[in-house]
Design a protein around this ligand. Structure first.
Ligand SMILES: Cc1cc2nc3c(=O)[nH]c(=O)nc-3n(C[C@H](O)[C@H](O)[C@H](O)COP(=O)(O)OP(=O)(O)OC[C@H]3O[C@@H](n4cnc5c(N)ncnc54)[C@H](O)[C@@H]3O)c2cc1C
Length: 368
């Protein structure tokens, strides 16, 4: 049995794994291909406040805005969901990564930056180290150790505008239209008082995200929101949709966490909370394994027990939405309004856990 760990990737998942291992006195080294982890940023940072609290990151220095709700545009219908309490923080993702990096370094974890891990290095490391693949959606670790593939991917394109003209700085605008963003959605979100972000995601089998973005920002309603903002940052990204069939190889002592494992909500593409929790569970299982109190597979079992039901529900909702045309979406929006689902979401919505929300919906009479 190996007693030391190599973590591949210094994104939030890798850094959280290493920090937790260090807290548990397990020797871990992180390898990161970038010289400055987290830069340039290619992702948004809308994270539920409840979810963030589970990660134990001192994230406050990365907060750029706080959200109270969302407007869901479905054809000509709009569902407005607004809570009296803050529901999500908007975070500067590079800053968040920087904070995780500093927390890790301060606690004494060795982080080797500018070190891309390839097949040769993996061969070397796996002789005497447990390997944690936290190397994102295009995972070298997963490929090298023959993990099953991730079934689907969303291609994204996002642009940040300075001095965009969002009137409402407290809500994110979501646009559902499969003819513009097939298989996913478009968004305009208030990043801060002076910056807004527009972005799209599309099913990777259905075209090119930059082209979809160009179509999206031509929509009247989107153009109105962005106004004459100056572009300050833009880029493409990829989101994995669908968990790997397994993400622990006990025999070879390899574990995947975060995007590398597919620990992402298929409806929204959010992966920081589910992946971050994966990181913490993986570190705990490695500690128990080294101390002969458990097995590496306990990580996968615990993660699935906690999150698989949610992923399945997110996945069901995602597949359902992807099959609907504009008229059908409008009809559904009408039904949701008629059943007061929008008002219900105001009060009981849960960004991360649809199962909790659905339970509350059906038992709302008892809750009120
Ligand atoms: C447009 C977009 C918007 C998003 N919005 C949100 C959101 O609002 N909320 C949310 O929760 N999630 C969001 N996500 C998803 C979120 O960004 C990911 O789930 C999260 O970053 C996953 O973290 P990770 O640490 O697992 O992987 P990554 O952040 O991808 O980190 C992987 C790290 O591994 C390094 N690496 C890769 N290969 C190697 C190698 N061979 N050797 C060494 N290092 C390597 C990379 O350089 C990187 O630093 C969004 C994603 C996109 C694309």
């Amino acid at each position: 049995m190996k007693g030391r760990v190599a973590v591949v990737g210094a994104g939030t998942s890798g850094l959280l794994t290493a920090r937790r291992l260090n807290e548990l006195s397990v020797d871990a080294v992180v390898y990161e291909q970038r010289v400055r982890p987290g830069y340039p940023v290619s992702a948004s940072g809308i994270l539920s406040i409840g979810g963030l609290s589970t990660l134990g990151i001192g994230y406050r220095g990365a907060v750029t805005n706080t959200l109270y709700g969302a407007r869901l545009h479905m054809g000509r219908e709009t569902i407005e969901v607004r809570s009296r309490r803050a529901v999500a923080r908007v975070l500067d993702r590079s800053k968040l990564n920087e904070i995780c990096y500093e927390e890790c370094e301060r606690s004494g974890v060795e982080i080797k930056v500018g070190r891309r891990v390839d097949a040769t290095l993996l061969g070397e490391l796996s002789k005497d180290r447990i390997i944690v693949g936290a190397d994102g959606v295009v995972s070298t670790v997963a490929r090298h150790f023959d993990f099953p593939p991730i079934s689907r991917h969303i291609l994204t394109y996002r642009v940040e505008y300075e001095h965009g003209s969002l009137d409402d700085n407290r809500a994110v605008e979501l646009f559902f239209d499969n003819s513009v963003t097939p298989g996913f959605f478009g968004w305009v979100s208030p990043v801060s008082e002076v910056v807004c972000e527009a972005g799209v995601g599309i099913d990777s089998r259905k075209g090119n995200s930059k082209k979809a973005f160009e179509g999206f920002v031509k929509l009247d309603s989107v153009r109105k929101l962005i106004g004459k903002g100056r572009i300050i940052n833009e880029g493409a990204g990829v989101i994995p949709v669908g968990l790997r069939r397994h993400f622990v190889d006990e025999k070879r002592e390899v574990l995947l966490v975060g995007d590398a494992a597919g620990q992402v909500k298929p409806t929204t593409g959010g992966g920081v909370i589910f992946g971050g929790n994966g990181a913490l569970l993986a570190a705990n299982a490695i500690h128990d394994y080294i101390n002969q109190n458990g097995q590496l597979i306990d990580y996968e079992k615990r993660w699935r027990r906690e999150f698989e039901k949610e992923i399945r529900l997110h996945s069901f909702l995602h597949t359902l939405y992807a099959s609907l045309d504009k008229k059908q979406l409008e009809r559904i929006a009408g039904i949701l309004k008629a059943t007061r689902f929008d008002r219900f979401l105001d009060r009981y919505g849960d960004m991360d856990r649809p199962s909790v929300m659905i339970k509350r919906f059906f038992f709302r009479d008892m809750l009120e």
